[in-house]
Design a protein around this ligand. Sequence first.
Ligand SMILES: [Ca+2]
Length: 240
Amino acid sequence: MVLPFSVIGFIRAVIAVVCLCSGCAMFNSANDEPLTMRCVTSLGDTISVFPRLQYVFSSPLADSSVAVAFSPSVSARYNAYLNPIRDTLTVLVTGALEGNTRYALRLAGSVMGVNGSRFNPSDDSTVFFTYPFETEPNDTRAGADTFSSTIFGTISEVTDIDVFADMASQSQAVCLQSIDCQDSFYVVDAASRLVSLSWQMKQIDTLRLPDDIARPLYVFVCSRSNKGSAGNYRLYSINR
Ligand SMILES: [Ca+2]
C-alpha cells in the first residue's frame, strides 16, 4: 500500500515528537544533579560589619523566597532576597554586625531547584570574620576608640561624633569610606593642629598627613552638617 504523502509526514511528525519527549526525559534524568550554592563575594580574611554577600545556585530555585541564619545570631537589620530568575541570593546587612567576630552563615531551611533537587542548610555554610566596630560613647578624645588599620562605625544622627585615636605610627594618610551616606572627618594631632580636607564629597575621601604631624592623631568622624547626612562608614589608614 502506498500511503499519501501527507500521512507519511504526519507519521514522521509523531515519531519526531516521541523522540523529542524521550530526549527530554533523558535530559531530565541527567539533570538530576545536586543543587549547589556558591558564594561569589570575595570574603578574604576579614570583611565589613555591613556586608553584602551574594550566592549563586546551580539551578534556579522553585522557591520564591529564601531565609538565612547567622551563627551567632544577630540583632542587626538585614535582607535576604532572590533575583528575578531566582538563581542568585543576596544577603544585605544594613545594621552592624558585631566587630571582631567570627560568623557562620547558612540557609535557614532547605530550598528546591526547578530540576527537583534540594539544598539543605547542612550542605554548606560560609564563615567569615568582621573588622572592628566602634564602641559608643566615643564622642570625645578621652573616650576615643583606637584603631591601627581599619574600623567601621555609624554616625547615628547628625549630632553624633565618633573620635578615634590612630595608633599606627607610620600612617601617611587617613581615609573615610562613606557607605550609603556622606560622612565627613578631620584630624587633630597631638599638638592640637587641625588637618582637614578642603573638599569632601567622594565615597572615599583621603586625607594626606603632613610629614611633621605630631602623634598620636585623633580622627573625628561626623556628618556633613550642611547636608544632614548620617550613616555607616569605614575608617582606615594607609601606612608608609
Ligand atoms: Ca559617637
